[in-house]
Design a protein around this ligand. Structure first.
Ligand code: ZN
Length: 227
């Protein structure tokens, strides 16, 4: 009887590693699986990740950052660059663990005239120039829009992109052929409510994540009028 084809050991190792990373994200409370979740877009899904919770456990973030740093350790890096608070925390951990001892800078993101925008604080602009070797870090890559803006910004300044490191990446995202390393690469299907198989099975819909967005406790906002 012919032997069943054996899986490539490095692929098996990769799968195991990915499972461990997923388990770590689960322990932060960020990752929900086997659920029936309403997304802010109105679509339904069975898996959900709460971005803001991903980097709340310092020792986990440091460990995951070190794994990303190790992957890129063979290439010299001058600058680690990110946007957004979660990615910045992670990028600090990556830079701390990278043998080149790169510096950490960040872009800021926002909306301007209905357009998504990434900009680099003026103080950082001299740190990214012709020939600078930059490693871009993101926590979760879902549409890739922010990352694409960041890539354009870095390339326009003449810096070289060593690669992109992230915790989670939806596999369908194309990042212009740049070397990407993600701890978890996973795509989960989203369904139109009318065609959702979980609805058809009668599984109760979890609206918690959408509801939470609209019901912020008043005590979590403080403001003052500037004259
Ligand atoms: Zn559904």
């Amino acid at each position: 009887m012919p032997l069943a084809p054996r899986k490539d050991p490095s692929a098996v190792e990769g799968e195991v590693r990915e499972k461990i990373h997923l388990e770590i994200l689960k322990r932060t409370g960020a990752y929900h699986a086997n659920d029936h979740v309403l997304l802010p877009s109105g679509q339904h899904t069975s898996e959900y990740i709460e971005k803001t919770l991903v980097t709340t456990e310092p020792s986990f973030t440091e460990g995951l950052g070190a794994v990303i740093a190790k992957h890129f350790a063979q290439w010299p890096v001058d600058v680690v660059l990110s946007t957004g608070p979660g990615a910045l925390i992670l990028s600090h951990c990556v830079a701390r663990a990278h043998p080149s001892r790169p510096i950490v800078v960040y872009g800021t993101k926002g909306m301007a005239a209905g357009k998504r925008r990434v900009s680099l604080p003026v103080e950082f602009q001299r740190l990214l120039r012709e020939g600078t070797r930059a490693l871009l870090i993101e926590d979760l890559v879902s549409t890739g829009t922010t990352l694409k803006l960041l890539i354009d910004l870095v390339e326009q300044l003449g810096a070289d992109i060593v690669g992109i490191g992230c915790l989670w990446r939806r596999t369908s995202v194309n990042l212009g052929g740049k070397p990407v390393f993600s701890l978890v690469s996973r795509d989960f299907p989203t369904y139109n409510p009318r065609e959702c198989p979980l609805c058809k099975k009668g599984v109760a819909l979890n609206e918690e994540f959408v509801r939470r967005r609209h019901h912020r406790r008043p005590s979590t906002i403080k403001e003052v009028r500037e004259s």
